[in-house]
Design a binder for this molecule. Structure first.
Ligand code: HEC
Length: 121
C-alpha cells in the first residue's frame, strides 16, 4: 500500500511537471499560418531582393525567408527591448507580442530565401 502511494505521488508530480511544460511551450509556440497574417508590415522591406532602406542611414535589408524561426523571434525581441538599435525595426517590434514574434519566425522559416511572398512578383 505504501509503495502504491509513493508511486501515485510520483505520477501526480510527473503529470504536473508535464502540464507546466506544455503550458510554457504553448505560450511561445509559433504558427506559420498565423504568421502569414502578420507579415503585411514586413514584406515591403524584407521581401524585396537587394532592397535598401535609407533611414537614418542606408541599410541593406536582410532577407528573412528560410531564416531560423528562433533567430527571428529573438532578433525581434532584441529590437523591442532596445538591445538592437535600428529605429524602424525597434518601432515595428514594439508593436509585436511574443506570440506574434514566434508566429512570424515560423512563417519566415517555412519560406525560401528567394522571394518569399514578394508582392512585386
Ligand atoms: C522600413 C523597412 C523595414 C520594415 C517595414 C521591416 N523591417 Fe525588419 N529590418 C529592416 C532593416 C533595415 C534591418 C536591418 C537593421 C539592422 O541592421 O539592425 C531589419 C532587420 C530585421 C531583422 C534582423 C535580421 C537579422 O538577420 O538579424 C528581423 C528579424 C526583422 N527585421 C524582422 C522584421 C519583421 C518581422 C517585420 C514586420 C513585422 C519587419 N522586419 C519590418 C527594415 C525593415
Amino acid at each position: 500500500m505504501k509503495k502504491l502511494s509513493i508511486l501515485s505521488q510520483m505520477l501526480v508530480c510527473t503529470g504536473l511537471a508535464f502540464a507546466g511544460f506544455t503550458v510554457q511551450a504553448q505560450e511561445v509556440k509559433g504558427n506559420a499560418a498565423a504568421g502569414n497574417g502578420k507579415v503585411w508590415l514586413c514584406v515591403g522591406c524584407h521581401s524585396i531582393p537587394e532592397y535598401r532602406a535609407d533611414y537614418p542611414l542606408v541599410y541593406r535589408v536582410p532577407m528573412l525567408g528560410g531564416q531560423n524561426a528562433a533567430y527571428i523571434a529573438s532578433a525581434l525581441s532584441e529590437y523591442k527591448k532596445g538591445n538592437r538599435k535600428h529605429p524602424t525595426m525597434r518601432a515595428i517590434a514594439a508593436s509585436l507580442s511574443d506570440q506574434d514574434m514566434a508566429d512570424i519566425g515560423e512563417y519566415y522559416a517555412a519560406q525560401t530565401a528567394s522571394s518569399p511572398n514578394n508582392p512585386l512578383k
